[in-house]
Design a protein around this ligand. Structure first.
Ligand code: C2E
Ligand code: CA
Ligand code: CA
Length: 511
């Protein structure tokens, strides 16, 4: 019988087969090892590159905004502690719009060179120990120490006039200009955020009044506040009746966002269950309307403002009700559209919620988009800093769909990155998405961001993403639900020792 023949192989051949098998295994292990090594070195390169890009502005070789964020507080503390006591100014220098025109017409090598010239000119005026940061393409920030006010005045004047001297390039005369805003320590503020904010107000005044430089004054701030107060009272007068109407047609749905402890078979054990608040409109004629159909219209017309406010007030009340039911552990994410984000009274609105509606800031994660951050990065930074000071968490929604990279994001004090669903759809099977999501996860984790994957529908996605340390949001847990269903869902999970049965989506998902 052939089978019997096989077992009677001479011992020699048997041994050779085993050796061959082992050699093949060794080769296999070596290949895998090399692949791992390659991936590791690729990750390391990406990380080093990201960190290098964060620290130095390539056109001027000056430290960037990222470095300023880390160093400015120390610089201010040190300067403030120095004896004999020195006063200093935080100065923001912004190149005039001529730079933008040059940028549109000249090659980038030339504009890079122009920036470099501007940076050298500022450095030439500054004293040895005064630091200079290149914080945005057309903006520099310095901390200037001085003994007499006239000395500071002369330095500021000299910076602006020196930048405005012609730059000769291949026989052409280019003339750049700049404006400068300054805030003085300690009279205009004794911390980083206030000094920067007030220097920015001064810069705005210099630009508005067409002056080379301006100092922050209390009056400048008062006129800014007065404008905000006027706008607030007009808005309030219009809003009160509108809010009542909104409550009758709008509703908030909640979708679970799960921090996973372990996965076993079709069940997940959760470490925490959080949620995203998603608005719904019960249109009087058309019925339930998904936000994709109306948010962009509300954004264009400005109607997003009362709708967004209604949502925040309603949510504050709902959170109070949850506390009473023992659901105080749930963190809720809210979406802020770009228009909401840049509105003048956004911080006031949140302060009002804290003071009057007992909103607890660390229960809320504010989701903003890349557009909100990069339209006006300086203003965005202030808003984010104020949100953080109040105690809110900040997340970047739909990450990857905009223009920014992680290194750009690092200037903002963010907590969380939400990878857009479009990258999750074909993850982990799709080669490209696999590479993108994995390296994003590695860098984000290294930079200290919490990572969330949304749009997770299948088991293969869930397992791979959990290994990357992502929190998970998606139909695999649940679609967004009305408030009652959501609290029942959470209470059921809590009763089951935080075990949640999954509902993977097999076919293409309905919206
Ligand atoms: P978003 O912030 O990216 O919200 C996530 C969207 O993905 C939600 O759609 C959610 O239902 C959907 N989603 C969640 N899991 C899955 C999944 O597994 N598969 C698929 N295919 N989709 C999933 P929704 O509720 O229709 O909201 C759409 C967008 O409307 C939101 O996108 C957000 O940009 C905006 N939006 C919703 N509520 C608000 C709000 O209160 N204020 C503002 N400004 N925008 C809002
Ligand atoms: Ca969102
Ligand atoms: Ca999103």
């Amino acid at each position: 019988m052939p089978a019997a023949k096989k077992t009677q192989q001479p011992p020699q051949t048997h041994l050779e087969d085993r050796i061959r098998g082992l050699e093949e295994q060794k080769l296999d292990i070596e290949t895998k090892y090399r692949e791992l090594e390659r991936q590791l070195s690729e990750q390391c390169q990406l990380r080093t590159e990201a960190e290098r890009r964060l620290a130095i502005q390539p056109q001027t070789g000056l430290p960037t905004h990222y470095r300023m964020d880390h160093e400015l507080k120390d610089i201010i503390d040190k300067a403030a502690a120095r004896k004999p006591f020195t006063v200093f100014a935080v100065a923001i220098i912004q190149l005039s719009p001529v730079y933008d025109t040059l940028k549109r017409t000249l090659k980038s090598a030339v504009t890079d060179w122009i920036l470099y010239q501007a940076s050298i000119r500022i450095k030439e005026v500054l004293a040895e120990g005064d630091p200079l940061f290149h914080t945005r393409e057309n903006e520099f920030i310095s901390v200037i120490q001085y003994a007499e006010r006239e000395e500071l005045e002369a330095t500021l004047r000299r910076i602006v006039t020196h930048i405005a001297e012609p730059i000769i390039f291949s026989g052409f005369n280019l003339t750049l200009g700049a404006n400068l805003g300054a805030a003085i320590y300690p009279s205009d503020g004794d911390d980083k955020a206030t000094l920067l904010h007030n220097a920015d107000i001064a810069l705005g005044a210099a630009i508005d009044q067409k002056k080379p430089h301006a100092y922050y004054t209390e009056e400048l701030k008062l006129s800014a506040i007065e404008r905000i107060e006027m706008q607030n009272s007009i808005i309030k007068a219009i809003e009160a009746p509108a809010m009542k109407e909104l409550a009758s047609q709008f509703d908030i749905f909640y979708q679970p966002k799960v921090v996973i402890d372990s996965i076993e078979g079709g069940t997940v054990t959760a470490r925490a269950i959080d949620a995203e608040a998603l608005i719904r409109w019960h249109h009087p004629v058309k019925g339930l309307m998904p936000p994709d159909r109306f948010i962009s219209i509300a954004e264009e017309t400005g109607l997003i403002m009362p709708i967004g406010k209604w949502l925040l007030f309603q949510l504050s009340r709902t959170l109070r009700a949850w506390d009473k039911r023992g659901l105080e552990g749930i963190q809720v994410s809210v979406n802020l559209s770009p228009r909401q984000f840049r509105s003048i009274d956004i911080i006031e609105t949140f302060k009002h919620l804290i003071e009057r509606e007992s909103l607890i800031p660390d229960r809320i994660t504010i989701e903003v988009t890349e557009t909100s951050l990069f339209e006006e990065p300086r203003a965005a930074e202030r808003v984010i800093e104020q949100f953080k000071e109040l105690g809110f968490r900040i997340s970047v929604d739909d990450f990857g769909t905009g223009y920014s990279s992680l290194s750009h994001l690092h200037r903002f004090p963010l907590d969380e990155i939400k990878i857009d669903k479009s990258f999750i759809q074909n993850y982990p099977a799709g080669r490209e998405d696999f590479a993108i999501v994995n390296s994003l996860a590695s860098i984000a984790t290294n930079l200290g961001y919490h990572l969330v994957a949304e749009g997770v529908e299948r088991m293969d996605q869930l397992e791979a993403l959990q290994k990357l340390g992502c929190s998970i949001q998606g139909y695999i847990f649940s679609r967004p639900m009305p408030e009652k269903d959501f609290t029942a869902w959470v209470e059921k999970a809590k009763k089951n020792g935080m075990k949640i049965a999954l509902s993977p989506q097999d076919g293409p998902s309905r919206p």
